[in-house]
Design a protein around this ligand. Sequence first.
Ligand code: SF4
Length: 181
Amino acid sequence: MTKSDLNLKNDSSNTPCHSRKIPLWLVLLDNIPTIFLFILGFLIINIISTVAAILFAIYTVVSVVWFWARICPYCHHFETYACPCGYGIISSKLFSRKDSSLFKKVFKRNILIVFPNWFIPFFVGIYLLITQYSVKVLVLMIIFSIIGFLIIPLISKFVGCKNCEIKEDCPWMTLNKQHSC
Ligand code: SF4
């Protein structure tokens, strides 16, 4: 038994949700809107610059890999099928488990890496609506905003994270609670 197995066992005894296996439909529900969001972001930025759009696409991939490397290894769901989006399993194939007691601290320090995936296309879209309005930009922006600022947060709140038994320890859920209450 490896050190990581022992850690997993110890963590599992504290967090019974580890025995849960998130169904595939829920993993897809968590990931498909995000992939759509990245594609829409690419299309919006591509209106002003293809090079910038390609850089954005590279950034989205880097930010996700960063998330796998710097956040997931500290999570109680690392290396388990209890992770709602499947990152916990993918991350464990690439990186080794870290001290889960540092999860909150690490999460807060690294979560900003994903914010540009939402806000760069959004602000580029606002700029385009002001400077070179077109129906195409408007439609892209409406779909982008609905997916990014409505559908993805709602899926997290009411499906993906809803039944997570460690959500009280999750800074993301605590953050949402602070803003929604
Ligand atoms: S629950 Fe979040 S932090 Fe934990 S393994 Fe899954 S994606 Fe990573």
